[in-house]
Design a protein around this ligand. Structure first.
Ligand SMILES: *Cc1c(COP(=O)(O)O)cnc(C)c1O
Length: 370
């Protein structure tokens, strides 16, 4: 009986599949020494724009920067409020704060744990400048209703698409709906680099031009800097990795969907396990497979004892993080996501996970809950 540990994410199999292509690409970049914004970056940007059905993709240093630069290019800053969910990775809100604006947090809906349009409406005010839905765990927030609110109130819509590369809603790709969107190619994302990387997507020529300048010291013409910019470019070597992985992403996402279906079947009959729900109209790409269980911390510990790399995304909502204490929310402010935070459990999920591994996860979970 194999007792090999099962990691939450296994990046080794993907590397084996692309290793040669990456080696060749790295060798080529080193040979021609165009390390910054080389041809591979432009090629990846074009390919990812096409993949996302958006006219422009601008590669940047990471996902947090992508969101910050998108907000800055849109003119969001000091005095502005940006509404976003309290249950997201901290980077969504850090980007808002770093752009100089104030994050306004909202609770999620109880079923899908996505940004809830009704709760967004309750937070609208004279300073609201933008909505930032997060496409959490691989499925998109309810965009149609959020677009309606944005249109009614003349608000900007900036998608955090870091967990949704290849996801769709009513056929529309993640990242293609807002005025702009930011995504992350952190290694563990569905499309992951071999280090930090990210991108801004937008349909606007003007906005794309602004982001390109912002990521490159605020410059469009070398050594001319009409504005204060950043050094936040997508690394050329990372572009080589991303190009190799992008070719395979649709197939890998399909493998994740199959794995999710298998989990549904294996776990559906276990008492106490609440399966993840997919919002109708969403094509989920299962960045994470998140169930809810009672006595979560004990269950997690038991799984880890069995070598199963389960995790929690995320143990505390943003309003309970020290970094955002100054927003003045107490425990109890967002009861839906607080309750979820105590029950959620992310199970191992990656395209290459085998039915045997999934069966072991299911057995361990049944035992832990028994
Ligand atoms: C990963 C992630 C980010 C940030 O990306 P980095 O590349 O780590 O800066 C932002 N938002 C969400 C929802 C993420 O999961």
């Amino acid at each position: 009986m194999s007792k090999e540990p099962i990691p939450l994410v296994d990046l080794k199999a993907q590397h084996r599949e692309i290793a040669e292509q990456v080696q060749r690409g790295f060798a080529r970049v080193m040979e021609n020494t165009s390390f910054i914004l080389g041809k591979d970056v432009a090629e990846f940007e074009a390919a990812y724009a096409r993949f996302s059905g958006v006219p422009h993709c601008i590669g940047v240093a990471n996902g947090t920067d992508a969101l910050e630069l998108a907000l800055r290019a849109l003119g969001v800053g000091q005095g502005d409020e940006v509404i976003l969910p309290a249950n997201t990775f901290i980077a969504s809100a850090l980007a808002v704060a770093r752009a100089g604006a104030t994050p306004v947090l909202v609770d999620c809906d109880p079923r899908y744990q996505l940004m809830d349009p009704d709760r967004v409406r309750a937070k609208l005010g004279p300073r609201t400048k933008a909505l930032m839905p997060v496409h959490l765990f691989g499925q998109m927030a309810p965009m149609e209703e959020l677009e309606k609110i944005a249109a009614e109130r003349r608000l900007l819509l900036v998608e955090d698409a870091a967990q949704a590369q290849g996801a769709r809603q009513q056929g529309r790709p993640a990242g293609s709906i807002g005025s702009a969107s930011g995504t992350s190619f952190y290694p563990g994302k569905n499309l992951g680099a071999y280090g930090d990387a990210g991108a801004v997507l937008t349909g606007s020529d003007e906005l794309a031009r602004k982001v390109r300048a912002l990521r490159n010291y605020g410059s469009e013409v070398k050594y001319h800097h009409p504005e204060t910019g950043f050094n936040s470019r997508l690394d050329t070597l990372q572009a080589v990795v991303l190009l190799a992985k992008l070719e395979r992403l649709a197939r890998w996402n399909e493998a994740r969907r199959k794995a999710a279906a298998r989990y549904h079947e294996l776990l559906g009959s276990i008492d106490g396990v609440k399966l993840p729900s997919t919002l109708p109209g969403n094509e989920h790409i299962w960045h994470l497979y998140v169930v809810r269980v009672p006595r979560r911390d004990q269950v997690l510990e038991k799984l880890q004892e069995q070598g199963i790399g389960a995790g929690i995304h995320y143990p505390a909502p943003l309003h309970l993080q020290g970094a955002f204490r100054h927003l003045g929310h107490r425990r109890g402010a967002f009861p839906v996501c607080e309750a979820a935070a105590g029950e959620i459990l992310s199970l191992p999920m990656f395209p290459e996970i085998t039915p045997e591994q999934q069966a072991r996860v299911a057995d361990a979970l049944r035992e832990a809950l028994g």
